[in-house]
Design a binder for this molecule. Structure first.
Ligand SMILES: NC(=O)c1ccc[n+]([C@@H]2O[C@H](COP(=O)([O-])OP(=O)(O)OC[C@H]3O[C@@H](n4cnc5c(N)ncnc54)[C@H](OP(=O)(O)O)[C@@H]3O)[C@@H](O)[C@H]2O)c1
Ligand code: SF4
Ligand code: SF4
Length: 378
């Protein structure tokens, strides 16, 4: 495993981090035996950064990670979790959530505590409530070690938050499709220049760029001597190719993905050849033109009162647009989404609007679901 040093973090951190938003599933539940196997293998391979958050896996995520890490693994990793900023109404809420999170995670301290998914309105609310005093007190009491934030808003807001405090770490969405989206490359360089350690989330855009290689890219792949079945390897290496990047969090939902991503992590920085860089450029052009809805399948919009499986709706739609295989994805959509499985299709949406303020990509979910209905259910 390769490690990188962040200016304000004492220990070196593994360049691959274990993102726990997409643990392996057994039906509708996390397959904890499989997740433990993967966690053990990742740590054995040198991974020392584990990321979770209050809302992951329908609110069960932190308790699951607590169970995975007990029995010896906790001390081998830097454990990151996040204040659920959208639930904070008072200064007391901050203490209450941190105490609950420590209990769920079965630990007496959190190594990296992030203000989760900051956007302008959330940051204003939190600063009015004295959030940085809270963070400093939590650090002074030993309950957290590093002060951090994760981010989903525009570049100007990002710079404003970066400038507001000498953060130890910040976490941004970054991948070859998002160079100019949210913080983007400019934000990455801006924060790194201020000695903030950079952790990357959604390096494969939530899996969108890890779908099977589209036929349109085969010739470009051959020119780059790239023979992998998906862009996952080159997508991750593209992120590591940026020297400002510290940890790349990967949401690995199977042992196979983890093995592949551990393998990719061996290459580290400067691993992309000129031909591979050109290949990523071709892939970007194709994906930008064909991916219709910028959904990263983070599931923050769930639960929907009508059980519409919003990320699955958008995932099938995007994959169909990308591959041109509309019939195949229509069949998969109709098979995967139905009431008997507990997840509904787009047509079940009653337009209540509950989901939209929760989407970090600011997608007009109600409008876009209508496109899914037209494509798959008309
Ligand atoms: N703070 C925040 O606001 C925030 C937001 C999002 C994420 N995060 C954190 O960042 C972590 C990483 O983000 P992410 O989970 O979105 O990462 P990602 O790497 O962009 O997407 C993960 C998905 O990519 C696919 N994938 C990964 N490796 C693959 C491989 N080798 N081959 C084929 N497909 C592969 C899988 O999709 P399938 O499951 O479909 O196979 C996997 O679920 C999260 O787990 C979470 O800890 C934080
Ligand atoms: S607007 Fe539609 S998809 Fe969104 S929460 Fe309401 S019913 Fe669900
Ligand atoms: S619609 Fe938005 S909140 Fe829902 S999964 Fe997609 S990106 Fe995440």
């Amino acid at each position: 495993m390769l490690y990188r040093k962040m200016p304000r973090v004492k220990e070196e951190l593994s360049i691959l981090g274990f993102g726990c938003m997409r643990l392996p599933m057994d039906g509708s539940k996390v397959d904890e035996a499989q997740a433990l196997k993967m966690m053990n293998a990742a740590i054995d391979a040198g991974v020392n950064y584990v990321d979770t958050a209050w809302p992951y896996h329908a609110g069960e995520g932190e308790a699951i990670v607590g169970r995975l890490l007990r029995g010896g693994l906790r001390d081998k990793v830097n454990l990151a979790t996040k204040m659920p900023t959208w639930l904070i109404k008072t200064r007391e809420d901050m203490d209450a959530y941190l105490e609950k999170q420590l209990a769920f995670l079965q630990t007496d301290h959190i190594d990296v505590y992030l203000l989760h998914a900051l956007a302008d309105d959330r940051w204003t609310n939190l600063t009015n409530l004295g959030v940085m005093d809270f963070m400093e007190q939590a650090r002074a009491s030993g309950k957290i070690r590093y002060i951090a934030f994760s981010f989903h808003d525009g570049l100007d807001i990002f710079k404003k938050i970066v400038d507001a405090y000498p953060w130890d770490i910040c976490q941004i969405q970054y991948n070859f499709l998002d160079e100019r989206y949210q913080a983007g490359t400019e934000g990455l360089k801006y924060a790194a220049a201020k000695d903030i350690g950079m952790v990357i989330m959604e390096p494969l855009k939530g899996g969108s760029v890890a779908a099977p290689l589209p036929d349109d890219l085969r010739a470009a792949a051959e020119r780059a001597h790239y023979s992998r079945p998906t862009l996952a390897d080159i997508g991750l290496r593209w992120v590591w190719n940026h020297p400002e990047v510290g940890v790349v969090l990967s949401g690995m939902s199977s042992e196979e993905q983890m093995t592949q991503n551990l393998e990719s992590s061996k290459a580290g920085a400067d691993s992309l050849t000129k031909e591979e860089i050109e290949f990523v450029g071709e892939a970007k052009k194709l994906y930008d033109a064909k991916i219709k809805i910028p959904c990263t399948a983070c599931a923050y919009c769930k639960p929907c009162p009508m059980s519409v499986d919003i990320p699955q709706c958008f995932n099938n739609f995007n994959n169909a647009a990308l591959s041109g295989k509309w019939d195949a994805y229509k069949n998969s959509y109709l098979y995967l989404l139905n009431e008997s499985r507990g997840n509904n299709r787009a047509s079940a949406c009653v337009e209540c609007g509950e989901c939209e303020p929760k989407c970090p990509q600011h997608i007009k979910i109600r409008e876009r679901l209508k496109e899914v209905v037209a494509a798959f259910e008309a």
